[in-house]
Design a protein around this ligand. Structure first.
Ligand code: XMP
Length: 319
């Protein structure tokens, strides 16, 4: 695409001129927007860029390692990459928190704290990079009538980090254009075509209190679900699909034994804008295979449910 080609080229050029010999800081989530913004900056200013990636312990299975493989020292880009393994810090803060908004608030605030702690170690920073895209710009100007969920975006502004200016290289792009720019920059397709993942991560897919063991259950169930969907080739056209952990335990049987374990909920939605969505009709055989694998392979689960609800009245995420 020659247009995207020249957009990427000229953006890199103008970022390079603007930054000069300055230091640049980026909060990297591994999501499409922050990844594309980070790579653009890396191509423009190389080692003057530091990317901080916070693993809050609520990422999908192996996600931290996948992000590190792309942006870390063994990856294709020449930048400073810091991975913060802050799992314990988040789990500690989240102990006892059951209410959705309270959980979102704790995760969002702790995220900023962890990020600021890392930024302090780096010292003076001149520019802060944000992966803001055009729809974010419009949305923030609209003013919502009621807060259904307080959104947390990785890359939100830290309060205690001093910098001269914010750089938002994707500010004029729509999502499909961001993906094109990503491909143009040589970012792997699995990252570029990733489904959306909320800032609070699995925290909003575990109903009620979060524990490390519940995180393990959702991670394993979700990995099986995604693997089988990909294998069956039914992911095309799905807006989002994931496993969530209900806070419900029920009685089951395993051989001659009684079990009293959790129910996992599977969700898959069709949507164009994520404001409304329909539950997707996944093939029954695929759901059967996923169910059998989850109850056999994931310890602590004896029941799998499929969410048939649209948005509204439900939301896409569970909290
Ligand atoms: P809901 O659950 O409100 O989700 O129907 C709509 C879309 O937004 C994503 N989502 C978030 N994204 N930070 C984000 O960056 C958040 O706090 C957040 N909460 C929900 C959700 O995955 C879906 O794509």
């Amino acid at each position: 695409d020659w247009k995207m080609d020249s957009f990427v080229e000229s953006s890199i050029q103008s970022i390079r001129e603007k930054v000069g010999s300055g230091k640049v800081l980026c909060a990297l989530s591994g999501g499409v927007d922050s990844s594309v913004a980070a790579v653009m900056l890396a191509k423009a200013v190389g080692k003057q860029l530091t990317c901080v990636f916070v693993d809050h312990g609520l990422l999908r299975k192996d996600e931290g390692d996948e992000v590190e493989a792309v942006f870390g020292p063994n990856g294709p880009y020449d930048l400073n990459f810091i991975r913060v393994n802050a799992q314990e810090r988040f789990y500690e803060k989240l102990k006892g928190a059951e209410e959705p908004e309270q959980k979102r608030k704790i995760i969002g605030e702790e995220f900023i704290r962890v990020f600021e702690d890392e930024a302090k170690k780096i010292g003076t920073v001149d520019y802060f990079v944000q992966g803001t895209i055009y729809p974010d710009v419009i949305e923030s100007g609209l003013g919502k009538s009621a807060v259904i969920k307080s959104h947390h975006n990785v890359g939100g502004l830290p309060e205690h980090v001093d910098f001269k200016e914010i750089i938002e290289p994707l500010r004029l792009l729509f999502k499909d254009e961001v993906r094109k720019a990503g491909l143009e920059l040589g970012i792997p397709e699995y990252l570029v075509y990733r489904q959306p993942f909320p800032g609070p991560g699995l925290g909003v897919r575990i109903i009620g209190e979060i524990t490390p063991d519940k995180v393990r259950i959702v991670q394993e169930a979700d990995a099986i679900y995604r693997e089988e969907i990909a294998k069956a080739g039914v992911d095309k056209g799905l807006g989002q699909y994931f496993a969530a952990l209900t806070n419900m335990r029920s009685v089951g049987c395993m051989g001659d034994e009684r079990t009293y374990d959790y129910a996992v909920a599977l969700r898959a939605v069709l949507t164009s804008d994520f404001m409304t969505a329909e539950s997707a009709e996944l093939p029954w055989e695929v759901l059967g295979t996923v169910t059998r694998r989850i109850v056999n392979e994931v310890k602590g689960v004896n029941r799998v449910l499929y969410d048939c609800t649209g948005k509204p009245p439900a939301t896409i995420e569970f909290e």
